[in-house]
Write a protein that binds this ligand. Structure first.
Ligand code: B12
Ligand SMILES: *[C@@H]1O[C@H](CO)[C@@H](O)[C@H](O)[C@H]1NC(C)=O
Ligand SMILES: *[C@@H]1O[C@H](CO)[C@@H](O)[C@H](O)[C@H]1NC(C)=O
Ligand SMILES: *[C@@H]1O[C@H](CO)[C@@H](O)[C@H](O)[C@H]1NC(C)=O
Ligand SMILES: *[C@@H]1O[C@H](CO)[C@@H](O)[C@H](O)[C@H]1NC(C)=O
Ligand SMILES: *[C@@H]1O[C@H](CO)[C@@H](O)[C@H](O)[C@H]1NC(C)=O
Ligand SMILES: *[C@@H]1O[C@H](CO)[C@@H](O)[C@H](O)[C@H]1NC(C)=O
Length: 421
């Protein structure tokens, strides 16, 4: 009785105490629309540069105000190719491809290939993995994508299991540090579930997640880092009854993100794809009601993209590079290397490797975010062992990968074998 009393108190609080203020969506105006053109251009150009295209690009293109018929057709084809090799996709990848097909008015493919059933199975395997080993096969961000797609596409799932999955207890347990990206995806997923079937435990989880996201708000309006801000905005758009009007200045956040576009902060297609929907005032919950009327013409994106910042000059800089195994404390090697000014982290790794292949040899794997470092000094990190090679500069984890982070003279760079938890 006590529990249900405190639960209805939560419901009461959510409904009555928090003033129902205006929905906090603050999209770019039609006049500001041109400032998004570089992001559109980055995504459409990615056609050439990737073997497998990330479905979030198609989602972003479909949620945008301006549409491009040819780009849509091209990216739908790429997503269809992803679907053809669906057995190799992780649960979150399958979920994202399904949302992309739906946003592109190809729900027929989702139905013909019985993808909802397929996703239900993959999601069950994730949950079974948590029950037996304490962590999912992939990660909680992918679980968020799974629940979101299952909910939006009318799959079956257990609301009470989902409430437990994204509870404060479980989310605190899995990661020492709160991840804004992961929290935002969880909020979107829970919002969908709660809209279909009002559940006070889910409302309670949502309240906690929204609070945690707002705790990560920085002075300039960024939430988490610049690459999680778009997803955090989406989460806050759909939960206005969970925070007070003064808790978040949406237009400040919007302007901070807009100011980053000409600086080339969203140069990778996937960076553009993850930030664009929020700037258009859209969220992933909108993927099921995109207009399917025929698209007019094609977009004029002749606007030049932001210039590459990495004008590699002949001037060289010197940095320290260190390889450390934090899991086992059995490795700590360092060296000083010189690289051209404007080099990315990867160049430093390559220079060290050229100097001593045994100590500093490494391998990587292509991903939509650029190269992902998989092994260093012959030590392979693995999801199965819950380890990864973390990248740091002056003791701070980087907010970009080895292929994009530009190093500075005197930097203390490090790759550190770390536990995911
Ligand atoms: C989960 C996650 C991780 C996990 C991935 C492994 C796992 N089994 O879960 C771990 C903790 C290992 C990780 C590591 C890193 N991550 Co990470 N990660 C995420 C997160 C939250 C979700 C990714 C995901 O599952 N996507 C959904 C699935 C369906 O897509 P996917 O393409 O199959 O996902 C894979 C890749 O994204 C890859 N991956 C994850 N992170 C990164 C980062 C880089 C640079 C690369 C190349 C690949 C990569 O692992 C995913 C799972 O297999 C995203 C958030 C986001 N907004 O996307 C951040 C995110 C992608 N990561 C980020 C960063 C910066 C890193 C690190 C560089 C951090 C660091 N300082 O070391 C390292 C990578 C270092 C390396 N070895 O090269 C940034 C990238 C920003 C950018 N512009 O480049 C993001 C956007 C978070 C953020 N807001 O800062 N990450
Ligand atoms: C993408 O590339 C293919 C093959 O090169 C081409 O046929 C198609 O027109 C391109 N699409 C866009 C939007 O550029
Ligand atoms: C899910 O079910 C609802 C109610 O039955 C229906 O209105 C909606 O169109 C369905 N959505 C999808 C994507 O099939
Ligand atoms: C509600 O969430 C809080 C965390 O904010 C948690 O401590 C509490 O146990 C939750 N209550 C219920 C009934 O789930
Ligand atoms: C596209 O836009 C550029 C710059 O705004 C303009 O110069 C060009 O004429 C436009 N092209 C078409 C086909 O409209
Ligand atoms: C720790 O490192 C040593 C030496 O490199 C290695 O033999 C051992 O297998 C490692 N242990 C673990 C748990 O990784
Ligand atoms: C996981 O770690 C163990 C030692 O703890 C090691 O023997 C094994 O090779 C690792 N697995 C992978 C896939 O790296």
């Amino acid at each position: 009785m006590r529990v249900s009393q405190s639960l209805s108190l939560v419901g009461f609080l959510l409904f009555f105490l928090f003033p129902a203020h205006l929905c906090e969506i603050c999209a770019v105006s039609n006049e500001q629309q041109a400032s998004l053109t570089p992001l559109m251009a980055t995504m459409i150009d990615s056609n050439q540069s990737f073997p497998e295209v990330d479905p979030s690009i198609l989602i972003a293109l479909r949620l945008a105000r301006q549409q491009d018929k040819k780009a849509k057709a091209t990216f739908v084809n790429q997503v269809l190719q992803n679907i053809m090799r669906r057995e190799t996709l992780t649960s979150g990848q399958l979920a994202l491809n399904m949302l992309a097909l739906t946003a592109a008015c190809r729900k027929d493919v989702v139905d013909d290939f019985k993808l909802v059933r397929n996703l239900e199975e993959k999601f069950q395997e994730e949950v079974a993995s948590i029950d037996t080993s304490g962590h999912p096969l992939t990660n909680y961000y992918e679980l968020g994508l799974d629940v979101l797609a299952l909910c939006l596409l009318n799959g079956t799932y257990s609301s009470s299991r989902i409430a437990r999955l994204f509870s404060a207890e479980e989310m605190n347990y899995i990661s020492g540090r709160f991840s804004v990206d992961t929290g935002a995806l969880a909020v979107l997923a829970l919002t969908c579930v709660n809209r279909q079937n009002r559940d006070e435990k889910i409302a309670n989880d949502t309240l906690w997640l929204v609070k945690e996201i707002l705790k990560e708000k920085k002075q300039d309006g960024t939430i988490g880092n610049i690459y999680s801000t778009g997803e955090a905005m989406q989460a806050l758009f759909v939960t206005p009854e969970y925070y007070k009007e003064g808790d978040w200045d949406c237009s400040q956040t919007l302007n901070t993100v807009l100011n980053q576009i000409p600086r080339g902060t969203f140069r990778w297609p996937i960076e553009a794809a993850q930030v664009l929907p929020a700037l258009e005032g859209k969220t992933y919950l909108d993927t099921t009601h995109v207009s399917c009327r025929s698209i007019p013409g094609h977009l004029n994106i002749s606007t030049p993209k932001p210039a590459e910042p990495t004008h590699q000059s002949h001037e060289s800089i010197s940095v320290t590079y260190r390889v450390v195994d934090y899991i086992n404390n059995s490795l700590n090697e360092s060296t000083k290397v010189s690289v051209p000014k404007g080099s990315v982290f990867l160049k430093v790794m390559e220079a060290a490797q050229a100097e001593d292949n045994t100590k500093f040899g490494f391998t990587m794997q292509p991903s939509p975010w650029g190269p992902y470092v998989t092994s260093v000094h012959g030590i392979e990190a693995s999801s199965k062992n819950r380890t990864y090679w973390q990248l740091l500069s002056n003791g701070q984890p980087l907010s970009q990968g080895a292929g994009s982070f530009v190093v500075s003279d005197g930097d203390n760079l490090e790759v550190r074998l770390t536990s995911m938890e």
